[in-house]
Design a protein around this ligand. Structure first.
Ligand code: UDP
Ligand code: UDP
Length: 120
């Protein structure tokens, strides 16, 4: 469904990487609403085009990875945000880790990404 794709974009798509200052994850996790009702523990933002991400759902950009998941044929630049500290309530504090990784996602019947599983 379309809502799943929209939610995926809100949670996991940021291209080009937003220039929000030094604390990218702190700003982005709040901006995308991932600090409510509690701080999301881990969240990855993909700095790649929508076309290239959608292509992971097809043979041109991805391949089956089991359990209904797909893995990208090429790495994407991603930033993974990890919650730090004891409190799970906002304001949420995150560590940032930018790297080049293969993404593992689930796609819906329309061939659109709906779930980010992991990156390798
Ligand atoms: N997630 C992510 N990047 C990762 C791992 C997890 O964005 O590298 C997000 C993703 O939205 C996933 C959610 O965290 O749906 C929950 O992850 P998981 O299924 O591993 O469950 P958890 O053990 O973190 O509750
Ligand atoms: N989903 C899926 N396969 C999985 C995990 C989740 O198809 O292995 C679907 C789930 O049913 C939901 C959508 O992916 O409709 C988005 O899941 P979620 O809200 O956890 O988003 P995520 O944080 O995983 O990107």
């Amino acid at each position: 469904n379309l809502k799943g794709y929209t939610t995926f974009l809100t949670q996991h798509y940021d291209n080009p990487k937003s220039s929000v200052g030094k604390q990218y994850c702190d700003v982005m996790m709040k901006r995308r609403g991932l600090d409510k009702p509690a701080c999301k523990e881990v969240n990855t933002f993909i700095h790649g085009t929508k076309n290239n991400i959608i292509a992971v759902c097809t043979a041109s950009g991805g391949k089956d990875y089991g359990k209904g998941l797909r893995i990208s044929l090429r790495p994407f630049t991603v930033t993974t945000c990890k919650h730090k500290g004891g409190s799970t309530r906002p304001p949420c504090k995150y560590s940032d880790n930018k790297s080049s990784r293969y993404i593992v996602i689930a796609c819906n019947q329309d061939g659109k990404p709906v779930h980010f599983d992991e990156s390798l």
